[in-house]
Ligand binder design. Structure first.
Ligand SMILES: NC(=O)c1ccc[n+]([C@@H]2O[C@H](COP(=O)([O-])OP(=O)(O)OC[C@H]3O[C@@H](n4cnc5c(N)ncnc54)[C@H](OP(=O)(O)O)[C@@H]3O)[C@@H](O)[C@H]2O)c1
Length: 271
């Protein structure tokens, strides 16, 4: 009955593992530093991670929309099914053609699958990606004035647990968004007012944005892929709300302002 969590210490994997553990369910949370070790780019590590698990919450790193993700996810899902890990819940992104292809490869493996197609997370600004820059007082993004329906990774984790435990979600795609469209400029403003210190927003053309990612340590290939993915999904295609959170949980998704007030208040505990 053990449930495998890939990206087990990540923004969503960590939350899913914590919830399942609190329910008294056996969990195996894996990554490149766990025992057993699991690395998406070293398929020799997959069997040891999967063997003995019957279901899995699957997050791909660094991003399901990057080239090559579909081939890796398809191969992983086939191996998981062959090893008896047949119930697979995949975290995906909204609106990206490349993510659609990765989902298709995953679905074709023959598992009892569910796909969670998620908007960008609130936690990208507090736990990852932009967190360091935001803490230093700025937020940089590709040029866009389009709103994104940012979602709380805690809502997503609640949905992941519900779908893992209820076979009624097999064969379904849930689109997960928060309750409101927010631009990156709005995010900088909301963080400024909730945190009591200014976060300056700046937007850059894609090539200049790639340069900033490369200077932050990304490879040229991944930086280019990610910058174009951002530009692709911020063209308006994702600027709509979906009901996945309330469909699965029977309650509304949390709003960013509520999250920011709790997570970013000057006296808030960051843990
Ligand atoms: N961020 C968003 O707004 C957003 C929105 C929609 C969808 N997504 C999708 O969500 C996925 C990421 O999920 P997440 O944000 O929950 O995870 P995350 O926080 O990005 O992942 C970190 C976890 O992944 C592990 N990890 C890193 N590189 C790995 C590798 N090469 N092989 C195996 N494990 C590795 C890390 O552990 P170690 O460092 O110890 O290996 C850690 O446990 C991506 O596919 C992304 O496209 C993200």
């Amino acid at each position: 009955m053990t449930i495998l969590i890939t990206g087990g210490t990540g923004k969503t994997g960590g939350r899913v593992a914590h919830r399942l553990d609190a329910l008294g369910l056996p969990v195996r949370a894996v990554g490149r530093h766990s025992e057993p070790r699991f690395d998406w780019y070293d398929s020799s590590t997959w069997e040891g991670a999967v063997t003995g698990c019957t279901s899995a919450y699957v997050t791909f790193q660094p991003d399901i929309g990057l080239p090559g993700a579909g081939a890796i996810l398809g191969a992983f899902a086939r191996q998981a099914v062959a090893l008896g890990c047949t119930r697979l819940v995949l975290l995906s992104g909204r609106g990206e053609d490349s993510s659609r292809q990765a989902e298709a490869a995953f679905i074709a493996a023959g598992a009892e699958w569910t796909v969670l197609r998620s908007a960008f997370f609130f936690q990208n600004f507090t736990e990852a990606f932009w967190a360091e820059e935001v803490a230093a007082g700025s937020l940089t993004m590709v040029e866009s004035t389009v709103g994104e329906p940012f979602v709380d990774a805690d809502d997503l984790a609640d949905v992941a647990v519900a779908t893992l435990l209820d076979p009624g979600h097999v064969g379904r795609i849930h689109e997960l968004t928060g309750p409101r469209l927010i631009t990156f400029r709005d995010i900088a403003d909301e963080i400024s007012s909730a945190g009591g210190r200014a976060v300056a927003f700046r937007q850059l053309p894609v090539p200049a944005y790639v340069d900033t990612l490369v200077s932050a340590g990304w490879s040229e290939e991944d930086a280019t892929g990610l910058a174009y993915l951002f530009a692709e999904v911020l063209d308006g295609r994702n600027a709509r709300l979906e009901s996945g959170v309330s469909d699965v949980l029977g309650r509304e998704a949390r709003d960013y302002r509520d999250f920011a007030r709790h997570a970013l208040a000057p006296t808030a505990h960051h843990g």
